[in-house]
Write a protein that binds this ligand. Structure first.
Ligand code: NAD
Length: 256
């Protein structure tokens, strides 16, 4: 008989209703992976109540609790409220996945202040908001796994995405700093840097743009949300206990 409770973890995922975040919620809640058997999950989302309900129903797993909480990741107070809700519902927090992200692409000459600020607030400040909020729970128990979803664009830059690239490079700098600050408390921080993944974020690309992109991807396909979720599943598992401060590219070999 498998002792599910014994190995269960408690996770909070931001931007959980679609794309990569949704795949991560499913990975954590419904798969047994790498030494972990299912996690209880709270996912935070900022719009689409029906999507949140639908995801909860879809997971429908007798072994796991899955709750949704509406919160804007860029708001310090709302992030705190989401984390407190998760800790109360699940009895603590072991895992934080900072996944919420947006793009507001434009060449710098045309980019307005709001486009810059929004991207930094949702993609980078949210990592500050949520990391700070979970620390009080993780420090006490001397255990925590934090995964920040960055992007290869944060490593190599991209024309039209100076705001996005800055936010994602910032996420990497923050991941490494926090890995050093909290290693002594057995709290690890790692980043995952996806390349081009098939989600609503990339569906705006036309065929010509896709073909051009694929020329630079040795595995010659776009990634799937599940490609990213599986790596996150590994990084929060016991198999990755000795890994912290790293950036793992999930990009079909695009950046190496
Ligand atoms: P997506 O647009 O499908 O999903 C983003 C999620 O973030 C959505 O659920 C959205 O509601 C949520 N979100 C946006 N603003 C929010 C806010 N203020 N508060 C709370 N939630 C908010 O995009 P995706 O492709 O699934 O992206 C997920 C993450 O992966 C993002 O951080 C993105 O930058 C990163 N990423 C994606 C790709 C890609 O090719 N799709 C590549 C590299 C990195």
């Amino acid at each position: 008989m498998i002792k599910v409770e014994q190995q269960k973890r408690r996770a909070i995922v931001t931007g959980g209703t679609r794309g990569i975040g949704r795949a991560i919620v499913k990975e954590l809640a419904s798969k047994s992976c790498c030494g972990i058997l299912f996690s209880d999950v709270v996912f935070a989302y900022n719009n689409c109540d029906e999507c949140a309900e639908e995801l909860q129903k879809e997971i429908g797993n007798p072994y796991t609790k899955v709750h949704a909480f509406k919160a804007d990741a860029s708001s310090f107070e709302e992030a705190q409220a989401a984390v407190d809700y998760a800790a109360e519902k699940l009895g603590g927090i072991d895992i934080l996945i900072n996944n919420a992200g947006i793009t507001r692409d434009n060449l710098l000459l045309r980019m307005n202040e709001a486009e810059f600020d929004q991207v930094i607030d949702v993609n980078l400040k949210s990592v500050f908001n949520y990391s700070k909020a979970v620390l009080k729970y993780m420090m006490k128990q001397k255990y925590g796994r934090v995964i920040n979803i960055s992007s290869v664009v944060g490593l190599i830059g991209n024309p039209g995405q100076s705001n996005y690239a800055a936010s994602k490079a910032g996420v990497i700098g923050m991941t490494k700093s926090l890995a050093k600050e909290y290693a002594s408390k057995n709290i690890t921080f790692n980043a995952v840097a996806p390349g081009f993944i098939e989600t609503e974020m990339t569906e705006k690309l036309n065929e010509k743009q896709r073909e051009a992109l694929l020329k630079n991807v040795p595995l010659h396909r776009l990634g799937t949300p599940e490609d990213v979720a599986k790596v996150v599943g590994f990084l929060v598992s016991d198999a990755a206990d000795y890994i912290t401060g790293q950036v793992i590219n999930v990009d079909g070999g695009m950046v190496m």
